[in-house]
Ligand binder design. Structure first.
Ligand SMILES: NC(=O)c1ccc[n+]([C@@H]2O[C@H](COP(=O)([O-])OP(=O)(O)OC[C@H]3O[C@@H](n4cnc5c(N)ncnc54)[C@H](O)[C@@H]3O)[C@@H](O)[C@H]2O)c1
Length: 349
């Protein structure tokens, strides 16, 4: 029998790609989302791509009764928890909303798991937990810090999961005895790109916060030009450097993490990145090539809080999960462009 996995934030950008990867890896998926940052149209696209009826419930993961109902109705064996707010800038102006949703959601889901004796949990963490990197590439044992409320919610999330694991080694907190919590904290670098079909992809509401969706909207003519913040960083071309990872590679990383939790005891914390780094202008050039469009940009002063460079050491993920990224920057841009040009206004056009 296939194990059933609960996917929270299921119609979001990364989760929708992970839904397909998990089905491909032999899991049954139950999705939950409140559509606070995604569209129900995603479910139609998933139906089409997987040739299966998506099993889905609309609910807020902070709603304890709703979570309880999900665990009663479905034979859930593990959870992959994506549901969260993710805009760093917005988190500084709406900290209470971020703590309530990101921490409240984690507690809501883990509480239901504890009551039902389900203890395999994959958590969407982020490279933001490394704060201002002291040394590159970033290894998982690098110092952790947060410079904004969003980052704090990821740091706290990881801590809550460590505490759950530690509690199991002494006594269980009200839940089924026996099984120990097994968690995978996956620290994503910069997810970009889209499914090769062009049917699902990133559909930000309002003006995009991240580089590639912004570049995509310039290419398709929705935005006039890109602002490049800072050309005086200590990087090869002076613009910020990041580790971009194809969302399909990232999705496969979740399948690998779940397999590990089903096959071996213990918990893992790993980077999901490529180990390669590209500047803003590298991305602009690669996107122009993929789209055949010119990407207009203007250089502006650095933004406070931005770091010069950040990329992963992906060795541990390879060792512990047998996973490494496969798709290069050209492919990230080609797939992003296919999605953007086939859906110029996103899912709800
Ligand atoms: N995209 C990135 O650059 C990035 C990087 C590192 C980590 N992450 C993390 O990965 C996860 C997914 O990110 P994404 O880029 O796919 O974002 P997304 O906004 O596309 O997906 C999140 C989904 O969760 C849903 N959601 C939010 N709060 C909810 C709640 N209380 N109940 C039910 N559903 C809720 C939203 O409607 C959305 O569909 C998030 O936890 C995010 O913090 C993202």
């Amino acid at each position: 029998m296939k194990p059933t996995v609960l996917l929270t934030g299921a119609t979001g950008y990364i989760a929708s790609h992970t839904w397909l990867a998990l089905q491909g890896a032999g899991f049954d998926v139950v999705g939950v989302d409140d559509f606070s940052n995604s569209s129900p149209e995603v479910l139609n696209r998933l139906r089409e791509l997987s040739d299966r009826e998506p099993v889905f419930e609309r609910a807020n993961v902070c709603d304890e009764a709703a979570m309880e109902g999900l665990f009663r109705r479905h034979p859930i064996a593990a959870v992959v928890h994506f549901a969260a707010f993710k805009a760093v800038g917005e988190s500084t102006t709406r900290p209470l909303a971020y703590y309530a949703n990101n921490i409240g959601g984690l507690l809501g889901v883990c509480g239901a798991m504890q009551r039902h004796g389900v203890k395999r949990f994959v958590f969407s963490s982020s490279a933001t937990v490394y704060g201002q990197p002291e040394r590159l590439p970033l290894r998982e044992d690098a110092p952790l810090s947060a410079t904004n409320p969003y980052g704090q919610t990821k740091l706290m999330g990881e801590q809550i999961l460590r505490d759950l694991g530690a509690a199991d080694s002494v006594a269980t907190e009200g839940g089924a005895r026996g099984a120990a919590w097994q968690t995978a904290c996956l620290r994503y670098f910069n997810p970009v790109g889209a499914h090769a079909s062009g049917r699902i992809g990133e559909d930000p509401r309002g003006v995009p916060n991240n580089l590639m969706p912004y570049v995509a909207q310039v290419a398709v003519g929705r935005l006039a030009r890109l602002s490049v913040y800072g050309r005086d960083y200590p990087t090869p071309d002076g613009t910020g450097v990041r580790d971009y990872i194809h969302v399909v590679d990232l999705a496969e990383g979740h399948a690998a993490a779940l397999r590990r939790l089903f096959e071996q005891a213990g918990s893992v914390t790993v980077n999901l990145g490529t180990g390669r780094s590209y500047s803003v202008l590298d991305v602009v050039a690669a996107y122009a090539k993929a789209s055949g469009r010119e990407i207009a940009y203007e250089v502006k002063p650095r933004r406070p809080g931005d770091i010069a460079a950040c990329w992963a050491d992906p060795t541990l993920a390879r060792e512990l999960l047998g996973w490494s990224s496969k798709l290069d920057l050209a492919r990230m841009c080609e797939d992003s462009w296919r999605w953007q040009s086939m859906n110029p206004k996103g899912f709800d056009a």
